[in-house]
Design a protein around this ligand. Structure first.
Ligand SMILES: [Zn+2]
Ligand SMILES: [Zn+2]
Length: 393
């Protein structure tokens, strides 16, 4: 009974922390415990930690910590690149050491030893291409061409100058504060690549995501086939049913088979779980970015549209308040009778939020249709002949 209470408490606390972290900043939770937990997770804990460092070790240690944090989070550095290479190399090493001895097996051909090396090699090449290729740096020499390639929509992009680079800011570009340069068709700064993802390297970034999703899926399937092959080779089902008298049905055998796999092949089981989780996360991330590419939008632009919609929402609210005030004044003066909106028309009227979504889709002047959008990723505008003659528009 105590265990059940502990589990229930654990569930409630987990839920409270997750809801507070994701939704604690919503106005509805203002002043509540959820708001306070949100503040503690996002800012408070960090501030308390800094205060603790200053009190326990002095301001010199605190300042050193801040310098390290600045280097890790706000300056270009290879920490995450090295972490990626060590995760990839480490995982491949563990797979080779623990599982290559079962190849060739009942269901796995000898060829997979070589295919796996090739797959990892291509992954590393795509990583290097994304990390060290030009993301589309805007400079004094190409700024005119970029300006003529991407029109200002005067909604999320207007004519401006970059105060750091002292050059005009083409539409869709952004000054990356970490790299200290303006990048055309800026998507985001990727810490894993230690590079911006922009006009020229989005194709490599997408290929990197897609390839790593495939590698993880491939690893999961091959390791799964090795385990199925081991079950067959060692006649585990036969032993379980004949010697242990377990009923030959999926539900009866399943827990015993899992128990055997965890005992005899725990490394492979852990690798399968790890690769399956990573491939699922990559699939979600890849799907999100594929949708952006197909609609010719960038991650940076989704934030900009959000800001634009918030501004429009506030403007609409102000207009509605002004209209309500005006009509109430008319009513008081008896000068006007407002035609009553029927319940039916009120029901079918679009919500302001729906209107804003439509505004976003309809106003994306960079969306040229599915095929053109994909071509723009594969062959960036700056690599086309028309770019140098100002005919890209
Ligand atoms: Zn700049
Ligand atoms: Zn950057």
């Amino acid at each position: 009974m105590a265990l059940q209470w502990a589990l229930a408490l654990h569930g409630v606390i987990t839920m409270l922390v997750v809801v507070s972290f994701l939704c604690g900043h919503w106005p509805i939770f203002r002043g509540t415990i959820i708001d306070r937990i949100h503040y503690f997770i996002t800012f408070g804990a960090y501030n308390y930690f800094l205060r603790f460092l200053a009190i326990a070790f002095g301001s010199r240690v605190r300042n050193s910590f801040l310098r390290i944090e600045y280097y890790c989070c706000d300056r270009p550095n290879p920490i995450l690149q090295l972490l990626y290479l060590s995760i990839l190399g480490g995982t491949y090493f563990i797979i080779a050491k623990s599982s290559f001895r079962y190849i060739p097996g009942v269901y796995v051909d000898d060829l997979h030893k070589y295919i796996s090396i090739l797959a990892v090699g291509v992954g590393v090449i795509l990583f290097l291409l994304t990390s060290f290729s030009d993301p589309g740096i805007v400079n004094a020499r190409n700024v005119t061409q970029y300006i003529s390639s991407y029109p200002y929509d005067n909604k999320i992009y207007a004519e401006k100058e970059c105060p750091t680079c002292n050059i005009p800011k083409p539409a869709r570009s952004k000054h990356c504060g970490i790299c200290g340069r303006c990048v055309a068709r800026f998507d985001h700064h990727c810490g894993w690549m230690n590079n911006c993802i922009g006009e020229k390297n989005t194709r490599y970034f997408m290929a990197f995501l897609f390839w790593h999703y495939l590698i993880c899926l491939y690893g999961t399937i091959v390791l799964g086939l090795i385990l199925v092959g081991q079950l067959k080779e060692r006649k585990i089902i036969y032993i379980l049913t004949v010697y242990y008298g377990i009923e030959k049905s999926f539900y009866s055998l399943f827990p015993h088979v899992i128990q055997w796999l965890l005992g005899a092949h725990n490394t492979q089981v852990l690798l399968i779980v790890f690769l399956a989780i990573v491939s699922l996360l990559l699939a979600i991330f890849l799907g999100y970015h594929a949708q952006l590419c197909l609609t010719n939008t960038t991650t940076n632009e989704t934030f900009k549209w959000q800001e634009y919609m918030n501004w429009r929402r506030k403007l609409n609210e102000a207009k509605v308040s002004a209209a309500a005030l005006k009509s109430s004044l008319h009513a008081v003066n008896g000068k006007g009778k407002k035609a009553r909106e029927s319940k039916c028309s009120r029901f079918w009227r679009r919500s302001p939020l729906q209107n804003e979504q439509v505004i976003m889709v309809e106003n994306n002047v960079y969306d040229k249709g599915f095929i053109e959008n994909v071509l723009e990723i594969l062959v960036p505008l700056s690599e086309r002949k028309s770019f140098f003659h100002g005919k890209t528009l």
